[in-house]
Design a protein. Structure first.
Length: 109
């Protein structure tokens, strides 16, 4: 099949967008895992009536329950914002991919 230069460039651009989307999805997955871990930690802390410990490097130290809870809530908020930002990027890139696919398919047919 003979593809003109413009169509080939669009195909290359499409591949680039798909790679970007793949990278964004990997980042999103990592943040979602971190968010789940943070939510689990918050849940365990709220159940705890005893002392709370924090892991610092290879050492576990006693920590203030309220302080740890506040830190985890802030962390959860930051992670949620990052996920929302990534989802906006994902949506934008997916739109570009869809448009490019339509253009390429029109030229190929």
């Amino acid at each position: 099949m003979d593809i003109d230069k413009e169509t080939q460039e669009k195909i290359n651009e499409l591949q680039s967008y798909e790679q970007s989307l793949h990278n964004i999805l990997i980042q999103k997955q990592a943040f979602q895992i971190e968010l789940n871990e943070t939510e689990n930690a918050l849940s365990e802390i709220s159940k705890s009536k005893d002392d709370v410990y924090k892991l610092i490097g290879n050492i576990m130290v006693k920590a203030d329950k309220n302080k740890i809870e506040t830190e985890l809530k802030k962390r959860k908020e930051i992670i949620s914002l990052r996920i929302k930002s990534i989802e906006k990027q994902e949506e934008s890139i997916q739109k570009e991919i869809d448009e490019l696919k339509k253009e390429v398919l029109k030229k190929i047919k």
